[in-house]
Ligand binder design. Sequence first.
Ligand code: ZN
Length: 121
Amino acid sequence: MSFVLPTVDIATREGVPITLPCEPINDVLAITPAVGRGRFIGAFTITHRPTGREFTESGGCIDCCREAGRLLAEVAVDWSALTADNSLDWLKALPADAQAAVTKARAISCDQWHCGQDDES
Ligand SMILES: [Zn+2]
């Protein structure tokens, strides 16, 4: 029995995209394994595909990541205006309701979201 993971293109640190097996959220976001200090931390995160930047502030379980991804996919924001270096300015420029929704989703936390998993952050 085998299965095939979906693949998405995600930019690397050098700016060259690679095709990575992971779970896509939409055209700009994907769920990827979370890395801290060079090691997998046993959690997942949401990555901004055009820049390769980790979009969430910490890791969470797959269920919390999917919930955060669902919330982010519903927010009407200009994802193309987000670059590798402007995430704070980009967030501040959003309308208040979009800013609140993005901030909530970025703060993905198994503790606060009461999913029953230990917080991995
Ligand atoms: Zn969780």
